[in-house]
Design a protein around this ligand. Sequence first.
Ligand code: UT7
Length: 332
Amino acid sequence: MSNITAAITALGAYVPEFVLTNQLLETMVDTNDEWITTRTGIKERRILKEEGKGTSFMAIKASEDLIKKYNIDPKEIDLVIVATATPDMKAASTAAYTATQIGAVNAFSFDLEAACSSFLYGMSVASAYIQSKKYKKVLLIGSDKNSSFINYKDRATCIIFGDGAGAVLFEPNYEGLGLQDELLRSDGSGREFLQATYGGSSYPINESTYAEGKHYVFQDGKTVFKNAVFNMADVTEKVMKRNHLTNSDVSWLVAHQANKRIIDATANRINLEEEKVMMNIQKYGNTTSATLPLLLNDYESQLKKGDNLIFAAFGGGFTWGAIYFKWAYNNK
Ligand code: UT7
């Protein structure tokens, strides 16, 4: 057994300036603030508008925030993982570009794609590399420009998604803090319910599919909702049980921000008080791979060394999971 655990030691974040409010959406599609607020908890989301700027732009900004705040030497970073469902381009690695731009010249880098569970899976990968003792500094970034494949005429999807990025640094810990346990799952029979069918290798875009808007994201919201509620609560409960944790042992639930009702259902299953549930969906909507690090960034000043965190996510694929994690530092 390794006596090394993998802890988060630094954080950074970036969200674009442009704010897409529910009121603005009312002028774009047949919807209203009351419906969006009661059905999802979302009030506004951020959109990256500038032409030519993609996922790496936000990943770089979030990483630079981390590097500056924590005085990290980027040359010491061994590995850069960009968790994303919206890479900058096909064929070229978004992580490679990000690593070079932030000065992580000694790192290798790759993208990790597992839809809305990308960052959660990335936590597992980053931790495994640290525990293997091969690498000492792993930068994990969750970044998504969802606005790049959302149809702003489809009220079933455009009200939910937003853009943003968050970055965390994983380092070895010798006090037993950091990642404790994980339960990660996937079920490919769910892919038809949440996907952008055209634009990938199965169905490249052609003129007619483009005209029909088939490259945009499609979601069967009800089916995804039911699966998310059941599966996120299920793995959360299981991870707690097998680590003998009760609700009073848990300091924070850090759950993927897709719909407030899904987060509430998970919190209810484990009888967790509302004050212990991190929530910022009202500000950012669903930013896919960025929801978990954006939560950590918003709540960082309230986190204490030794706090027990339960991370949970559910997304397209289907992919989902839960992680039991001990926070490693008091506000620096
Ligand atoms: O992060 C990846 C995983 N994604 C998720 O976890 C998302 C899961 N799904 C959801 O969050 C929800 O299913 C939605 C927010 C997408 C939709 O909420 P819902 O409570 O499942 O609504 P619904 O699709 O059942 O629609 C209810 C009604 C329908 O009208 P009728 O048939 O009852 O007359 C819809 O046409 O609400 C209507 N509706 C809307 N009305 C105003 C659907 N979208 C809208 C809208 N504004 N934007």
